[in-house]
Design a protein around this ligand. Structure first.
Ligand SMILES: [Zn+2]
Length: 690
């Protein structure tokens, strides 16, 4: 384009209020003569390639490993030990030759010499009794490895060389395996089910009707080898959860005859482990759209709930294309179930809730309905649930997720009474933990590195799932509440950004940085910054293109920008890459006669200049309510682009014949403004006559 002389002259001579002569940047180091604008491209993103594209999609050469497991495990309720044998089939789809495999031995976090134990330091002077069960006991927990063997092509086994490093184990192969090759490793192991411990995700608990075992991260699992980390063999320190390969599972679980087992996958032998009555009730339940009891509360632990006979029973479950396997076992479960269908004639997804007596009367009322809500909200906002079943189990784990099974802790008082808030707790934690099937169980990000990629995105969808479950959900309890995150962001000294390793986000920053800050940021982006319909399309796009794959942070940001059709580098930078906050202030409002400015009153008799300052460290759009002396109010919305030239001050100009009485920035408290005191300007009261 060629500039007309008129435009050129205007640009040179008209002193627009919003244009400073030099750029003014927030947080700039003035000694550096480099671009420090919040709007510059994010330098942290890796160069796109054939594995991960600039659009945020997986590339044509994208690859990932597959690992299948056949596991036989027996629960010994006298010693509380699991004794397992697993055959691991490792498929090398990478372009590289692998001479060894790494395994995650998460149970080793419970060993007395574990790094997590060392990191924890001294105990505080006073301790909430609820947390005492997480203390290390004198018993040595963690794995006993009885045998690690390689299986050759003829099926012959020989002992393998292996080396332990804390929670990681390297198993050396006989010969490197190339692309398209596979290798089998057999591991015999045992460990005591922890009481809580450093992991806190798999526990045993003694309840009224006997012991309950929640088994999580309970078997040696192959670490991920990928294009970003090579081997992802970060130690398990407790916060960074896990990063695992997709594969197929065939798991046989032997438990006492009076136990009921729920697990990842589909039960293969219902005729052997369920009674005829239970099988009949399940059929009725799957056809129903409200929960139906499979084991009624009054039937808990009665002989009629178990097949006749003696000796232990083996429950066999299989699961396809999952990245982990968890299970729960107890003689004290009540059980309800129902069917869920996305379309009237669509396939039935089984929804199950099992809970000991201690969970009633809230679990039987809320749990299965909350699973169904998750199916609806997440199905619409990401993708329809692809697995055959989803289970929720009540136990001593506050909330934890595995493919097709969640453990949730919300529990009434010992006498069975509870407040309404417990219903919200249970519904919220159920939506959250079942919601983890989407992130990270299916959109399988690297949890050991990036807590926010699953917790944040999941909390974002939980926000909407909760609101849809109950329109009266208290706002401050919603994970995406900007008002609530402002309380965190105004705290001084929070320097750790969302984009930090999971185990760097410790203690007082973990919940906010992993969960609510990313969730509230995405709610903000969806509802206030971008177009909600475009956002939803972009979010579904990201979710669906990374189903059953391993996205990285830049894949998410790029996918969103690809779908939204706009760069939001300034937003990702401010909200995800820094610990700065948003603090907008109205610092001045002045009026001039319109005639003086433009020579006539055709646009109004007065011209107002409203000065807005950014006193925090990030740029954000501006929303303000301008109220006139006649009592009317007008909402003004300005894009973040107003800060491109000067990130600290912007003066907004407005013609009107009315008189401005008040200006409020961020009137809906939607942008997590940390200081509300400077958000309002009021017309000074007219001075009384002397
Ligand atoms: Zn979570």
């Amino acid at each position: 384009m060629r500039l007309s002389p008129l435009i050129l002259a205007a640009a040179l001579t008209v002193p627009f209020a919003g244009q400073a002569s030099a750029q003014v940047w927030l947080n700039a180091d003035t000694s550096k003569k480099v671009n420090q604008s919040n709007f510059r491209a994010l330098e942290d993103w890796p160069t796109p390639n054939d594995l991960r594209r600039a659009s945020g999609a997986p590339g044509s050469k994208y690859w990932q490993q597959q690992v299948d497991y056949t596991i036989k495990v027996a629960l010994d309720t006298t010693t509380h030990r699991l004794n397992g044998n697993e055959v691991v089939t490792y498929h090398n789809n990478s372009p590289d030759k692998l001479a060894y495999l790494w395994f995650q031995l998460d149970q080793n976090i419970e060993k007395n010499d574990s790094r997590a134990n060392a990191m924890s330091g001294a105990l505080p002077k006073g301790m909430d009794p609820r947390f005492r069960r997480f203390l290390m006991s004198d018993t040595e927990f963690g794995y006993t490895l009885n045998r690690v063997q390689l299986v050759d092509a003829q099926g012959k086994r020989k002992d393998a060389q292996y080396r332990l490093n804390g929670t990681q184990m390297r198993v050396d192969l006989d010969a490197p395996i190339g692309t398209g090759q596979k290798v089998q490793v057999v591991i015999d192991w045992s460990h005591e089910v922890p009481n809580g411990g450093r992991n806190g995700r798999g526990v045993k608990e003694k309840l009224k009707d006997g012991w309950e075992y929640l088994n999580a991260q309970w078997f040696p699992r192959a670490a991920v080898y990928d294009d970003i980390n090579g081997w992802q063999n970060n130690q398990f320190l407790g916060m960074g959860e896990f990063y695992l390969n997709f594969g197929n599972y065939d798991v046989s679980i032997t438990v006492p005859r009076d136990h009921i087992v729920r697990a990842t996958g589909t039960l293969q032998n219902p005729n052997e482990v369920l009674t005829a009555t239970q099988r009949e009730r399940l059929k009725v339940a799957f056809a129903a759209d409200t929960p139906v009891y499979i084991i009624k509360p009054e039937e808990i632990a009665t002989p009629a709930t178990r097949p006749a006979g003696s000796g232990s029973l083996t429950w066999r479950f299989t699961a396809q294309n999952v990245r982990d396997f968890a299970w729960a076992s107890s003689r004290g479960f009540a059980w309800d179930a129902m069917g869920f269908r996305y379309a009237k004639d669509g396939k039935t997804i089984e929804l199950h809730s099992v809970y000991p007596r201690e969970g009633m009367p809230v679990w039987n009322k809320i749990s299965t309905k909350a699973i169904a809500q998750t199916m609806v909200t997440y199905g619409r906002m990401a993708f329809e649930y692809p697995y055959p079943q989803a289970s929720n189990v009540h136990g001593a784990v506050g909330g934890m997720e595995y493919p097709m099974i969640a453990f949730c802790g919300a529990r009434p008082r010992p006498d069975g009474t509870y407040d309404k808030s417990l219903e919200y707790s249970l519904a919220g934690v159920t939506i959250h933990e079942v919601g983890h099937n989407w992130f990270p169980m299916i959109v399988a990000s690297d949890e050991r590195m990036w807590t926010w990629m699953d917790e944040g995105l999941n909390s974002f969808l939980e926000h909407y799932g909760s609101k849809e479950f109950d329109a009266a959900w208290p706002e401050m309890e919603l994970p995406g509440s900007a008002k609530s995150i402002a309380n965190y962001m105004r705290r001084p000294g929070i320097a750790v950004p969302i984009m930090a390793h999971s185990d760097l986000n410790l203690r007082n920053t973990f919940g906010a940085n992993g969960y609510t800050k990313p969730a509230s940021g995405l709610v903000m982006l969806r509802e206030r910054i971008a177009n909600p319909a475009a956002f939803d399309e972009a979010f579904r796009g990201y979710s669906q293109r990374w189903m059953f794959k391993h996205p990285q942070p830049a894949d998410f940001f790029r996918s969103m920008e690809d779908g939204l059709g706009e760069s939001y580098n300034w937003f990702w930078r401010g909200w995800f890459y820094t610990g700065y906050n948003n603090d907008q202030a109205v610092t001045n409002v002045e009026r001039q006669a319109a005639k003086e400015v433009v020579g006539d009153e055709s646009r109004g008799t007065g011209y107002y200049r409203i000065t807005i300052e950014q006193k925090g460290g990030i740029v954000m759009p501006v929303e303000m309510d301008v109220t006139y002396t006649d009592g009317t109010t007008e909402r003004v919305k300005l894009p973040a682009d107003i800060w491109r030239a000067n990130e600290k001050v912007f003066t907004y100009g407005k013609f009107t014949s009315k008189e401005i009485a008040q200006v409020v920035v961020d009137p809906d408290e939607a942008f997590a403004d940390v200081s509300r005191a400077n958000n309002t300007w009021k017309k000074p009261a007219t001075a009384p006559l002397p």
